[in-house]
Ligand binder design. Structure first.
Ligand code: NAD
Length: 483
């Protein structure tokens, strides 16, 4: 029996240094598909968080001095253990988060890929020597780990949002305190368990679980020993944490919300655009930060796109993520279902046409029927707010400039997509979009090999690629004189 099976229906402790801490109280973790409590997790507070920071701070002294090949080998072993436990991790993720099992397996592979990548990238964390301003001086630039990192993560990708931060941090010689989302702490704890199994020293990775995050967050954003806060989550919480970090001038990375446009121009391959639309919009039941929030479709192709999209959307099988063939699982909680319904109702009350779906699904309380709305306009809430559910609102435009203006008319700037074939239009559009990431004739863009992140109120910093390692290093300039 895997260690994960033993955790289910039990009280699962959090990890501080080498101690698995139970805490005075626990909170429930529910399966969103059934409402059943699948485990209880330690309810920790400010004092426990300070202990975790102390464990990370102390472990950092030896960890940053550990030769890079050794750090790399330990990370590589962690990667291998995650892959060896892929089936168990995926099942656990589906149980606590709801996504279909095939998607959960995909997330395990994707999440592990960051550890594999940064185990290698650690070896390329080079400093530099610079031409000198004096004959008797030499100028060096050392690259050093920033120190203790707080990783605060959301529920929609319970593993990958953690490894995307922890792998580069550990590779660079930092130590981490993870605060996973209250809905999905089990995957985080399982990943940390495997990190210790892999031989990562106690204290390099700590997990503080809490159902009310404010106290934990207060410590992580104000304790002077924490040198970087790397947050993924909503824009309002990100703004609050940024403000809290100001008092001790921490480095920050903010991976925040989006309002992704998906533009389909008249010259697009409609079938390819519909494939991309399904992948981008309906993965994780529409609960991804990079998922399309607005389809902007040109007049000449509008009816064909809506009709083909609707045909595919109607065929999406809704159900428990563990059931065979389910491709749309539940939403994370009742508030998420209510928000999706509010967006649909608001659009219809302002004149949108319901093409399919539009209401909760018979599979259970937290399931929403995949929906297509046509004749959507900028007067509707879906134009401005992240829906975070399986709803595809289709706007209409005539001129290219109008689409660019609509696409950029938002405080967000995470991901954008467009489908076209004319190469001049492709270049013009790619350059005009005010976004951190652009998919051209492509609906899925995330990979550990490329820098992930947004502009405007979608955030600061990049995760993945060699840029992701830079985020966890400081430059130290050394001037050696008197030569
Ligand atoms: P959220 O902001 O509610 O919570 C994110 C995390 O912050 C959770 O762990 C939560 O417990 C914690 N948190 C909340 N208040 C806190 C406080 N005062 N102090 C410390 N921690 C606190 O977001 P969510 O609902 O979990 O996730 C959905 C949001 O995340 C969406 O807006 C989505 O777009 C965004 N997201 C962004 C990315 C990205 O890479 N840009 C990736 C995934 C999700």
């Amino acid at each position: 029996m895997s260690f994960i099976e033993q955790w289910l229906y039990e009280a699962v402790p959090a990890l501080i240094g080498s101690e698995w801490r139970t805490g005075q109280q626990t909170f429930a973790v529910d399966n969103p598909a059934t409402g059943e409590t699948i485990a209880r997790v330690a309810e920790l507070g400010a004092e426990d968080t300070r202990d975790a920071v102390t464990a990370a701070y102390n472990a950092g002294v030896a960890w940053r001095a550990t030769p890079v090949k050794q750090r790399s080998a330990l990370l590589r072993r962690w990667f291998e253990l995650i892959i060896e436990h892929a089936d168990d991790l995926a099942r656990l993720m589906t149980l606590e988060q709801g996504k279909p099992l095939a998607e959960a397996k995909g997330e395990v592979t994707y999440g592990a890929s960051f550890i594999e990548f940064f185990a290698e990238e650690a070896k390329r964390m080079a400093g530099e020597t610079l031409p000198s301003h004096g004959a008797d001086k030499r100028l060096l630039v050392l690259r050093e780990p920033v120190g203790v990192v707080a990783a605060i993560t959301p529920w929609n990708f319970p593993l990958a949002m953690i490894t995307r931060k922890c792998a580069p941090a550990l590779a660079a010689g930092c130590t981490v305190v993870i605060k996973p989302a209250e809905a999905t702490p089990l995957t985080a704890l399982a990943a940390a368990y495997l990190a210790l199994e892999a031989g990562l020293p106690a204290g390099t990775i700590n997990v503080v679980t809490a159902s009310k995050p404010a106290d934990v967050g207060e410590v992580l954003t104000t304790d002077p020993r924490v040198r970087k806060v790397s947050f993924t989550g909503s824009t309002p919480v990100g703004k609050r944490l940024l403000a809290q970090c100001a008092s001790t001038v921490k480095k920050t990375a903010m991976e925040l919300g989006g309002n992704a446009p998906f533009i389909v121009f008249d010259d697009a391959d409609v079938d390819a655009a519909v494939d991309g639309a399904i992948a981008s919009k309906f993965r994780n039941a529409g609960q991804t930060c990079v998922c399309t929030n607005r389809f902007l479709v040109q007049d000449g192709i509008y009816d064909a796109f809506v009709s083909k999209l609707t045909e595919r959307v109607k065929a999406l099988k809704v159900g428990d993520g563990l059931a065979d063939g389910s491709v749309i699982g539940p939403l994370i909680n009742q508030a998420a279902v209510d928000k999706v319904q509010r967006h649909v109702d608001d659009a219809m009350s302002h004149g949108a046409r319901l093409v399919c779906g539009g209401k909760p699904h018979a599979a259970g309380e937290r399931f929403f029927t995949p929906t297509v709305l046509a004749d959507v306009t900028t007067a509707m809430a879906v134009a401005d707010e992240e829906t975070f559910g399986p709803v595809a609102p289709v706007f209409r435009f005539k001129q290219d400039e109008e689409a660019i203006q609509m696409a950029n008319d938002t405080p967000f700037g995470l991901a954008a997509y467009f489908y076209a074939t004319d190469y001049r239009r492709i270049w013009r559009t790619m350059e005009a979009l005010e976004y951190g990431m652009v998919g051209v004739n492509e609906g899925l863009i995330s990979t550990e090999l490329a820098p992930f992140g947004g502009v405007k109120e979608s955030g600061l910093g990049r995760e993945g690629s060699h840029h992701g390692l830079d985020e966890f290093t400081e430059l130290k300039y050394v001037c050696v004189g008197g030569l």
